[in-house]
Design a protein around this ligand. Structure first.
Ligand code: SF4
Ligand code: SF4
Length: 173
């Protein structure tokens, strides 16, 4: 093959490739300029967990340890405590609550087994994916970080179809 035909073939290939590139320029862009623009997450997205409370603000978790037992990464740490006070004075919905409830996000694989195992709907996945930290120790989240009453909605994401009934208090953005 002569050098001339090589040049012609290469030129054709470049023109073909660039025509595809230029054809995309006027089309709608799907790239999100995060964090300047919010990311849209799907309703079933599994982000940082939420520990839920009932309508009276009492913690739903009864420290049964089923979530910890189901966790394949062994990253849930619970210390249970009895609370024999009258129902309206209790921290939780039952006579037992989790005094300590930690999840180590350095180990969590966001499999959702803990959510499936919970008999009280006390734990679900929220949507927060902004878990980057500078120290591995900061990946350990405590009950204060996980309680739904203490977590704040980041302005950097929103939930798709959030007008519909998705299983999260974060649906109203
Ligand atoms: S999502 Fe999976 S790995 Fe993470 S805490 Fe729950 S059970 Fe464990
Ligand atoms: S979150 Fe659910 S499964 Fe885990 S200890 Fe609390 S009540 Fe039990």
């Amino acid at each position: 093959m002569s050098i001339i035909s090589d040049i012609i073939d290469s030129t054709k290939a470049i023109i073909k490739g660039m025509s595809i590139t230029f054809a995309q320029i006027p089309k709608e862009k799907w790239t999100v300029q995060y964090p300047d623009d919010p990311v849209t997450v799907q309703p079933r997205y599994r982000g940082q967990h939420l520990l839920h409370v009932d309508e009276l603000g009492r913690e739903k978790c009864v420290a049964c340890f089923l979530c910890a037992a189901a966790c394949p990464s062994d990253c849930i740490y619970i210390i249970a405590e009895d609370d024999p006070r009258p129902a309206e004075e209790r921290i939780g919905v039952d006579e037992r609550f989790a005094r300590v409830y930690n999840i180590d996000y350095g180990r969590c694989i966001f499999c959702g087994y803990c959510v499936e195992a919970c008999p009280k709907d006390a734990i679900t996945h929220g949507y927060n994916f902004e878990l980057s930290v500078y120290s591995r120790a900061d990946l350990l989240k405590t009950k204060d970080d996980l309680l739904i009453t203490k977590q704040k909605q980041s302005p950097n994401y929103r939930v798709a179809f959030s007008g519909e009934d998705v299983d999260s208090e974060y649906k109203e953005i």
